[in-house]
Write a protein that binds this ligand. Structure first.
Ligand code: AMP
Length: 414
């Protein structure tokens, strides 16, 4: 199945191609045709399944084909409400990417920052608004936002929204929305309270349900190195030298960090390139192209830039920094081990990142095996202090969960 076969129009196809998306994910394959018909949707799916594109693509397509959005002052026609700032930014970034060849404009608003820049953007007029609930209601109250023209409403991560205590905000919001609209409701879990809420939002809906990406995490062989921040580059150099030219994707939390790593690796004679938001689209495409065709063996990426990287022979992912959002870890390691192949994901964890590791292990429901035998062990990490203690704590599983040996080579029978 291709995006063309599910009737996606040319300007969006071009944008998806630029993202490196070759075919729809299961949720996209199921949800897009329903949404293009104008039907409401209940999606039981979590971040990591490609759900953002599943709702963004049909919204962009319908708005693009609506002649009214091309004339006069822009009005908010699509509203996406999501619980966290990170998700809001990510969703808006996706809308920007997928609508790159259209006239559509989006904006993102969230709390915790001054509102000036957000209201300036809103004053210029936008077609698509991505928002967290608090700031949305706040700016509505101040008269910066009117929802009376909204035709598409997405409530994203409804279960998280309720967990975070947004139920009253959502109920207030619903009273401000036009009744004639297409509504989309996404939640990773569907307990009764969430199902009840969905019934107050949706009419004549269809339901799609997708297994979380957890399955990918299980397929990937994972390991963690406790290491001091200052030793990370040395450890990376050592691991890369061991790779003998196999494709390795290295994640850095920041753009600046990615550039710094490229420089430091060059000093060690290792050629690499970075892709991130500060690089031109051209430079990103070039680096990604070289990586995909095997000319370049090491690619540095930030999370946003790495979306859509789909390299079939990618055997190793290295998390130079651990992400502070646990789902991001699953996305990252999901870059390897694709298409039923097994992959290896190695993470570096310094003292400041130990809390992130805890969150990740909670999400994936497993302990990431620790590699203790290496030259840069951070002995201040509790996990490395006493191996006996560790072994006692670990569940009795003879093969899985055992610390891997240093310099283990990836399995490349893919
Ligand atoms: P989401 O569940 O929306 O957070 O998406 C998870 C990741 O999959 C993001 O990094 C997307 O950029 C990426 N993605 C979404 N759709 C596709 C696709 N059809 N092919 C490849 N990657 C995709």
């Amino acid at each position: 199945m291709t995006f063309k076969e599910i009737n996606i129009i040319a300007p969006i196809l071009r944008a998806l191609e630029a993202q490196g998306y070759t075919q729809p994910t299961p949720i996209q394959e199921q949800a897009i045709p329903i949404l293009l018909k104008g039907t409401d949707l209940l999606g039981c799916a979590q971040t990591g399944t490609g759900k953002t594109a599943a709702f963004a693509i049909p919204i962009i397509q319908q708005l693009f084909l609506d002649k009214n959005t091309q004339q006069g002052r822009k009005k908010i026609k699509a509203l996406i409400v999501t619980p966290t700032r990170e998700l809001a930014i990510q969703i808006a970034d996706n809308f920007t990417a997928y609508s790159a060849h259209t006239h559509l404009k989006n904006a993102v608003i969230f709390g915790g920052v001054k509102q000036g820049r957000q209201t300036d953007t809103l004053k210029q007029g936008v077609d698509i608004l991505v928002a967290t609930p608090g700031r949305l209601l706040d700016l509505m109250q101040q008269g910066f936002i009117s929802l009376k023209d909204v035709e598409y409403f997405v409530l994203d991560e409804a279960d998280q929204m309720l967990d975070m205590g947004f139920i009253h905000d959502i109920k207030r919001l619903l009273t401000k929305l036009p009744t004639k609209r297409q509504s989309l409701f996404f939640s990773a879990t569907m307990p009764q309270t969430i199902a009840d809420l969905s019934h107050t939002i949706l009419t004549d809906y269809q339901r799609v349900s997708i297994e979380p990406e957890q399955a990918t995490a299980e397929k990937v062989e994972q390991a963690i190195y406790f290491v001091q921040k200052s030793d990370k580059i040395k450890l990376l150099t050592e691991l890369l030298n061991d790779q003998e030219g196999k494709s390795t994707l290295v994640f850095s939390r920041t753009k600046h960090g990615a550039d710094k790593i490229v420089k430091k690796l060059a000093q060690q004679g290792i050629k690499s390139a970075a892709i991130h938001g500060n690089k031109s689209q051209n430079a990103r495409q070039k680096a990604l192209g070289a990586f995909k065709n095997g000319e370049l063996h090491v690619l540095l990426a930030t999370d946003i830039a790495a979306r859509g990287i789909d390299v079939s022979e990618l055997s190793l992912v290295i998390n130079f920094d651990l992400p502070n959002i646990p789902e991001t870890y699953v996305h990252r390691i999901g870059r390897t081990g694709r298409a039923k192949a097994s992959g290896i994901a190695i993470s570096f964890c310094d003292a400041e990142e130990r809390a992130y590791l805890k969150d990740i292990e909670k999400l994936i429901g497993q302990k990431v095996p620790v590699i203790n035998e290496h030259d840069y062990v951070d002995t201040s990490a509790p996990q490395t202090l006493s191996k006996q203690k560790q072994q006692a704590k670990r569940k009795p599983s003879p093969s899985k969960g055992k610390p891997k040996q240093k310099r283990r080579r990836p399995n490349n029978n893919q």
